[in-house]
Design a protein around this ligand. Structure first.
Ligand code: ADP
Ligand code: MG
Length: 650
């Protein structure tokens, strides 16, 4: 019995610490809750169908492993009866067993007692091995199936994430997204694998043992099973307590992790403000609370197993008492072997029954997780590929007509009645203060959002009818906030053009004026970027990001303030390189600094989401308005402080 309980703790898929983690209400009592669980989990039934053969085989293996296990008590009972019969003639074996056991017994009929005992022991060993083999196969099918489903589900969620648009990402935190694809999917796996396996196992053990127990002695069966209801109720109550405690612990743990994580990533700030002591204080307070709760849980769990053992012990005791009294009183059919047999059945039942609570909790947790996953899977991207999937020429005129755009989740009206025609091959500059709506224009041109009013057209075709991939491949965008992957410099640049040749990568780096610095790194283009790689300066990051855009040969280029962290000399160099590169392309350069080097066909000054002024550099200077004022100020500042400190406006 002890061994069985310990095997529950050591079971590799049964995290004993979290044993009956979450069963806030017993699913067997609260039927609607149970049904609700099943409704959520029904959405993954197609995965079971996909792996139906494996699943079916798994069920067969569960039945087989239990069948071979259930034969042991009968055979042991026979051995005991044989020995007892030898000592007390007339008390021998006289009962119908399982067919297989009967065959073995018949084979041994004419042997001596010693041989019978020996052969039965050998058979018991073989039975254990066969049962063990099927148990291995059962795990190999059902647990492997759950891993395959987990893999499919992760891919399903990831594929869906990729289809969702910026709106979705703005309203859900990265942590939330990560949780649903990792933690929640893992929790669902606890249902598709272990929980289902234990459930089938329980059904098989209960079925087999009650069948054979009843066949052997209905009276003893009643006696042996009488503590079962109390056992079930105890499991339920202890489970509820453990569940509450573990949930609290989980919350504390995630708080602790967040705290620790922030203090690692913010270590520079913490050190420079000499706040190590305060941080340590926070952390200690947090982990004290965690410790207190964890110890409380350990105490409850410590009660759980002994109380189970007590009930099982009572059941064993009753069985032995009643069985022995029957033998002493010579009740017809009573045998010493039966007592042994029943004690073994009780042992066999211990583990599956004690796992009921765990199985129910896992199922409930899985349902809660699946509900969260379903929420995301049901989220529809507001921007998706149109049925027309038109592919107009992107290098023709781009027209924005009376565009009005409000960020729906904040209600900020970022673009107001904005009309602009960008002719084929034109170089346009968009200037304006921070927050005036420049980046939003870029987002709209890439159809990251759809305007609420007005229209955007490429070559007289509405952007809403253009194939999305075609559009985004044809319009190269260098974002304002650089994002580089934790990968090599090479791969970060080649990301813009999958399968790019080395020369193309180097050429792009040269055009973006970052080639020299890359060659200066110890491993050149194979240097890792990111947390565990080199730390790049803001300007270097921007230039690698530019190289990534330059490597492809798009029809339209949008640079969103991507030279802000580059010094004036490098900026000039990049711009003169760009002159060549941009020759046959439409270019939109967003900036809050004026580049005198690039000659723009048109300069647009945006203020508060609307066009305030537009024209060429000269005409705008003549207008003597906003642009002229900014330009003059920039000139003045450049003379006073040097070009590096100058910004258009802020
Ligand atoms: P700029 O690029 O000129 O600095 P933006 O286009 O980024 O300006 O921003 C225009 C306005 O829209 C600002 O008021 C800004 O706060 C708001 N805004 C920008 N991006 C978002 C967003 N993703 N969600 C909500 N509001 C935004
Ligand atoms: Mg911006």
């Amino acid at each position: 019995m002890q061994g069985q309980l310990i095997s529950l703790q050591n079971d590799p898929v049964t995290p004993s610490r979290h044993l009956p983690l979450s069963i806030s209400r017993c699913p067997f009592i609260a039927k609607p809750l149970f049904l609700r669980c099943m409704k959520q989990l029904a959405t993954i039934n197609h995965f079971f169908w996909k792996y139906r053969y494996r699943f079916f085989l798994g069920i067969i293996f569960v039945i087989l492993t239990n069948y071979f296990r259930i034969l042991a008590p009968q055979l042991t009972g026979y051995v005991v009866n044989t020995v007892v019969g030898n000592l007390q003639p007339g008390a021998g074996h006289q009962r119908q067993n399982d067919v297989l056991v009967e065959k073995i017994i018949n084979l041994l009929d004419n042997h001596t007692m010693g041989e019978k005992v020996l052969w039965c022991s050998v058979t018991l060993l073989v039975l254990a091995l066969v049962s063990g083999f099927f148990m291995f196969m059962m795990r190999q099918t059902i647990i492997v199936m759950s891993r395959l489903i987990e893999y499919d589900q992760k891919n399903q969620v990831f594929t869906h994430y990729q289809r969702l648009d910026s709106n979705f990402y703005k309203t859900h935190s990265t942590g939330d997204l990560m949780n649903r694809i990792s933690e929640d999917v893992s929790r669902v796996r606890m249902y598709t694998g272990p929980a289902i396996m234990y459930f089938i196992n329980l059904a098989a053990v209960l079925g087999f043992s009650i069948f054979f127990m009843y066949k052997a002695s209905p009276r003893l069966t009643l006696v042996a099973l009488s503590p079962l209801p109390i056992l079930a109720i105890t499991i339920y109550f202890v489970n509820t307590i453990i569940n509450k405690k573990s949930e609290r612990i989980q919350a504390l743990l995630s708080q602790l992790t967040t705290n620790a994580q922030e203090s690692y990533s913010g270590i520079r700030v913490i050190k420079s403000f000499v706040q190590e002591k305060a941080m340590l204080g926070f952390f200690t307070a947090n982990s004290d609370e965690y410790k207190k709760n964890a110890l409380g849980l350990a105490k409850t769990e410590a009660i759980y197993f002994p109380s189970m053992a007590l009930l099982i012990g009572i059941s064993t005791l009753f069985t032995i008492m009643v069985g022995a009294l029957d033998v002493v009183n010579k009740v017809p059919g009573a045998e010493v072997g039966k007592i042994v047999e029943f004690v073994m059945y009780i042992q066999l039942l211990t583990f599956p029954v004690s796992a009921i609570g765990w199985t129910a909790s896992m199922t409930q947790r899985a349902a809660a997780s699946q509900k969260r996953i379903n929420e995301f899977l049901l989220a529809k991207p507001t921007i998706s590929n149109p049925p027309e999937r038109l592919r107009p020429s992107l290098s023709s005129d781009i027209v924005l007509e009376k565009v009005d755009f409000t960020y729906s989740h904040t209600g900020i009206r970022a673009i107001k009645n904005f009309s602009l025609r960008i002719r084929k091959g034109e170089k346009i500059a968009i200037v304006g203060k921070t927050g005036s709506g420049k980046s939003t224009i870029a987002q709209l041109l890439l159809r990251m959002y759809d305007p609420q009013q007005g229209s955007i057209q490429y070559d007289s075709v509405s952007i809403t009818k253009i194939d999305l991939d075609y559009l985004r491949e044809g319009v190269s965008y260098v974002p304002q906030d650089v994002f580089l992957f934790s990968d090599t410099v090479y791969n970060n640049i080649a990301f813009g053009l999958p399968g790019a040749a080395k020369e193309q990568v180097v050429k792009a780096a040269i055009d973006a004026c970052v080639d020299k610095e890359i060659n200066g790194f110890t491993e050149g283009y194979n240097t890792m970027i990111g947390e565990r790689g080199v730390t790049l300066s803001g300007g270097q990051k921007q230039r690698i990001s530019i190289a990534r855009a330059l490597i492809k040969n798009p029809a339209v280029v949008i640079f969103d303030d991507c030279l802000s962290a580059v010094d004036a000399k490098t900026e000039k160099e990049i711009l003169s390189n760009l002159n060549n590169y941009l020759e046959d392309k439409t270019a939109i350069i967003i900036t809050h600094r004026i580049f005198s080097l690039l000659s723009f066909d048109k300069i647009i000054v945006i203020e508060d989401g609307a066009i305030a002024e537009q024209g060429t550099h000269e005409s705008l200077l003549q207008q003597n308005g906003y642009y002229a004022e900014m330009y003059n100020r920039q000139q003045r500042q450049e003379r006073e402080t040097g070009p590096d400190a100058v910004e258009f406006s802020s």
